[in-house]
Each structure stands twice: as C-alpha cells, then as structure tokens.
Design a protein around this ligand. Structure first.
Ligand SMILES: Nc1ncnc2c1ncn2[C@@H]1O[C@H](COP(=O)(O)OP(=O)(O)O)[C@@H](O)[C@H]1O
Ligand SMILES: [Mg+2]
Length: 311
C-alpha cells in the first residue's frame, strides 16, 4: 500500500430521508495517519455520514473509498480495515468485558489465539484487566467507553471511526479517551472523529471539516481556520467617563465599533495600531483607561461564523 494514499475518500456523498437531505453532496478526503475532526452541531449529519463511511447504511449518491477499497463493492475487505466506536454503545451489558471482546473478534473472524492475546493487551492498556470478568452492566460510563474503544481495536484496524466518543463523559474519562486517541494515532492509526466539542478538535485534530445542515462549511487545520476569520479580532476598552462612539470609527484598522455594557468593542485588522491610537485618544482627551483587552478569535468564533454561513 502506498504511503501517500488517502485513508478515506468521499465523493458526492448524499443521504436523503424521504424528502429531507441529511447529508448533502459531501466531498472530502482524510489522509493516511491523520486525526480528522468532523465538527458540527446536533443534527448536522455527522452520524449519518459515519454510518455511510462505515458501510452501515447506503448512500443515495456518491462513493466512499477506504484505503482504496470501495465500501459498497468491497464491503468485507473494507470493513476489515476499520474499527468503529458508534454513537450508541454496542457493548452487551449482560456479557462480561472479556466476552464482549471475544464476540466482536468472532464477528471479524479474528483467530481465537490472536483474539485472546489482543484482548489481554487492550484490557491492560485501558486499565480494565481486573474487571474483565465483570458484566458491563456494572461499569461506569467512562469504563464502558474505554471497553467500546477496545472493542473497535480487536481487528487491529487501520482507521478508527469514533462518533462523539466523549459525549456525556466526565472530564477525567474524556481526557483518558483523548489521550488514548493520540497514542493510537502515534502508532500509525488514522482517526475519524465526530464531535460537537470545539476544544476537542482544537486539541486533537490536524484537520477539521465543519459541517452544518449536511454540508461542509470549511475544511482546514484548526489554526488556519482561525486565521481565515482573522477579521474577528477586537480590542475592548473602557474609560472612566462616557465617550462618543463616533470618535472611534476613523481609527486605523477599525472595521466596526460596538458598545457592550460599559465597554467599547473595536473590531480591527490591526489590533496593535488600534491600541496605540486609543492610548493617544485617552491622552489628548484627558481620559483614564479603566480596562483594555485585545482578543483574537477562538475556535468557537470560527465555528459560529462558519455555521452561520451554511444555512
Ligand atoms: N433514520 C432516519 N430517518 C429520518 N431522519 C433521520 C434519520 N437519521 C437521521 N435523520 C435526520 O438527519 C439529520 C442528521 O442526523 P444525524 O446524522 O444523526 O446528525 P448528527 O449526528 O450530526 O447529530 C437530523 O435532522 C436527523 O433527524
Ligand atoms: Mg450524531
């Protein structure tokens, strides 16, 4: 297999439910070895997309290729290359952790000896070994999610799909899952991660697709997306007395001026020069600056701006 091959290629992918288009002509690719984020609000079409990418449901249009294999034409071989952590738990709560792992291995046709070795290794790695003979029903949410991740690794996949894997977990458990994903990625696994947490994408992903209403609003590295909406920088200032807002529109770099509470917010391309002019202004008008902050866009700003554009 070529090193440079894309792990996932998606071409014109579309899914309709009656006359509602849940996934609307998506085109994108995921490179081999990356952690790719698929970020969008509830109902954006993330789960529907993952289910098409992993061959669980059929698209109405379009193609999906997994390591060069068409998921429709070559489903068995393609599915051997992927592991899936679905949105809803696929662990049997009345079975033990061990039996869940063996069951999934059987589904994938993993030889018994390999399955035992892998299960032991994964249970150790996820700190679940001591609970291996306990029913999953007795597990905490975090333990359960670790087990489901372990289950997705039983066929030693090249690509792991995770549909909101940290949703509803406490901070520590979410952290553990994220650390695990980074480690798996270091071992060479490609990761496709859907989430509605912006910070998660910021922390983990080399690239992110922002999706809303079944369409992609943007795809890029999180930092590059922040730069693209660089116009959202602002300077916030308050003085000891009220000022005339119209004095600020003409300052260099200033795009817009808003009042929020007792503060003036100046949207600017050049925060440095704007601050300089504000200091000048306070001197020449004999005003005292009470607060002064400059803010660069957060990933949240990027997200809100971009999903606002896809209606
Ligand atoms: N089986 C289905 N039948 C009808 N509508 C569905 C079905 N599955 C999903 N949808 C709709 O498709 C849209 C996208 O859903 P989904 O892919 O689950 O979004 P997300 O995972 O981003 O929250 C939603 O409006 C949802 O109600
Ligand atoms: Mg979903």
């Amino acid at each position: 297999m070529m090193e440079s091959m894309n792990a996932i290629e998606v071409d014109d992918l579309t899914k309709q439910f009656d006359d509602f288009t849940a996934v609307n002509h998506l085109d994108f690719e995921v490179k081999n070895g990356e952690i790719f984020g698929f970020l969008g609000p509830n109902g954006a079409g993330k789960t529907t997309t993952v289910r098409m990418l992993t061959g669980i449901i059929k698209p109405d249009f379009g193609q999906v290729s997994i390591m060069g294999l068409d998921i429709r034409r070559d489903p068995i071989r393609a599915k051997q290359l992927i592991g899936v952590v679905p949105e809803l738990s696929n662990a049997y709560t009345e079975l033990t952790a061990w039996n869940n792992l063996q069951f999934i291995a059987e589904l994938y046709g993993v030889p018994k000896k390999d399955a035992r070795q892998r299960a032991e290794k994964l249970l150790g790695k996820f700190d679940l070994y001591e609970r291996k003979d306990h029913k999953v029903r007795t597990f905490s949410k975090g333990m359960k999610q670790k087990l489901i991740l372990a289950m997705s690794l039983m066929n030693d996949p090249e690509i792991i799909f995770l549909d909101e894997p940290t949703s509803g977990l406490d901070v520590m458990s979410a952290r553990l899952i994220k650390d695990m994903l980074l480690e798996l990625n270091k071992e060479g696994k490609t990761i496709f991660l859907t989430t509605h947490y912006m910070e998660e994408v910021n922390q983990l992903c080399s690239r992110v697709a922002i999706i809303n209403h079944g369409k992609i609003a943007a795809i890029d590295a999180p930092e590059k997306l922040k730069m693209k909406v660089g116009g959202l920088k602002w300077v916030e200032i308050s003085f000891n007395t009220s000022v005339d807002i119209s004095d600020f529109h003409t300052m260099s770099g200033v795009i817009d001026v808003r009042m929020s509470a007792d503060k003036l917010r100046l949207y600017t391309n050049e925060p440095g020069r704007t601050v300089y002019q504000l200091v000048d202004y306070s001197r020449s008008n004999d005003l005292e600056i009470v607060t002064l902050n400059t803010l660069t866009p957060t990933f949240e700003d990027v997200f809100i701006k971009l999903i606002g554009e896809v209606k």
